[in-house]
Design a protein around this ligand. Structure first.
Ligand SMILES: *Cc1c(COP(=O)(O)O)cnc(C)c1O
Length: 358
């Protein structure tokens, strides 16, 4: 019998979320972001789930792209971070990967490899995120330079810094900067991350690039219609391995952070920050056991958490505890820990076995 701590991956949920993205942007092609092991769900699992729905897959680095090819994915694959060395350009060509060019160095390397070994390319324009990309003023020159190097025209793209916010100004400005820099070039374009798929239809263009929404995460930092349709793709659960009753006034866990205000039943659950549960989760963070949510009581340990189950008769030794999934959602847990669900999914450690449900 192995440790009863698992992340159950629901491939039907990933498919349904992919179909939702398609429905929201019916005239665009879907480049599904599978970086960070497909936001913790498993790159092969997610790629399989999205076969026939996604028109291409985007990853951060060549290792992830090679993992996709190794599991048999035949779709176009885009390296979002571009090449890190000149050799990677040749390797990308050999594996039919596309590169996102974002730096003068990338153009030099591209010119140095033989013309028949140059992969398809995207060109990233920095419209305000100020992380990667060519300046908008140089977009036309870069596009022309790449045109002389490649058989096939490059796709122009940008990335939004604040599409998840209620305030629309920053994103509208970025889109405007992008359009002014690229309109005359007649190139195919791509701008939209998950939040923009929902909130900025005018940014959908030729390719949308959602990631987080495919896994059922809510990309917004505020209430937003439509996101309720997303389905959680990962359920992290563990078992109650001990129950004890403590008197009022006693404290629980490291540092004694939680203090019993009444005689209390405390359940110990076999998952902690070593399993991806956030160490900064506050007292009161919900853990579902049976039909009820019970509040986290005390600091998260590496391999365990403690929960106040005084009011939860379903909490018995051996009962399953849902740490996140449909209810509570990963975004709610992240919020209780001062982080975002992206970090929790992308940070899921290897120690937690992924069990795939189809
Ligand atoms: C990660 C990423 C995306 C997807 O973002 P989500 O918020 O997960 O939808 C899109 N484009 C680029 C360049 C990215 O790095």
């Amino acid at each position: 019998m192995s440790r009863p701590t698992v992340a159950r991956i629901d491939t039907r949920a990933i498919r349904a979320n992919g179909e939702l993205a398609r429905a929201l942007a019916p005239d665009s092609r879907l480049m599904a972001c599978l970086k960070a092991d497909a936001y913790g769900t498993g790159i092969a699992t997610a790629a399989g789930a999205l076969t026939g729905i996604a028109d291409g897959f985007a990853v951060a680095c060549i290792e992830e792209a090679l993992a996709l090819r190794a599991c048999g994915a035949r779709e176009p694959v885009l390296l979002l971070q571009g090449p890190h060395t000149r050799d990677e350009i040749e390797e990308a060509f050999a594996k039919r990967l596309s590169l996102c060019l974002s730096d003068a160095r990338h153009l030099e390397w591209l010119a140095q490899v033989s013309p028949e070994q140059r992969p398809d390319c995207w060109i990233k324009i920095d419209t305000g995120m100020h992380r990667l990309g060519f300046a908008p003023e140089s977009a036309a020159d870069v596009y022309a330079a790449v045109k002389t190097l490649l058989q096939r025209p490059a796709i122009l793209c940008t990335h939004f810094a604040a599409a998840d916010k209620a305030d629309r100004e920053a994103t509208e400005t970025q889109l405007d900067v992008f359009d002014k820099a690229t309109r005359k070039l007649g190139a195919a374009t791509s701008c939209a991350n998950s939040a923009a798929v929902f909130a900025y239809p005018e940014s959908h263009r030729d390719w949308i690039r959602p990631g987080y929404m495919l896994y059922g995460g809510n990309p917004f930092d505020h209430e937003r219609d439509g996101v309720d349709a997303l389905q959680a793709s990962m359920e992290l659960s563990a078992e109650v391995i001990a129950i004890r009753t403590i008197p009022a006034g006693d404290r629980v866990g490291y540092g004694g952070r939680w203090r019993a205000a009444r005689p209390s039943r405390i359940a110990t659950i076999a998952a902690g920050y070593g399993d991806g549960y956030p160490r900064h989760a506050a007292d009161g963070t919900p853990v579902r056991i049976g039909a009820l949510r019970s509040p986290l009581a005390g600091r998260v340990s590496m391999d365990m958490i403690t929960v106040d189950v005084t009011d939860n008769p379903d909490a018995t030794v051996g009962a399953r505890a849902i740490l996140w999934g449909r209810d509570p959602g990963v975004d709610e847990i992240a919020d209780q820990a001062g982080t975002i669900g992206y970090e929790l999914l992308a940070g899921m450690p290897k120690r937690v076995p992924r069990v795939t449900a189809r």
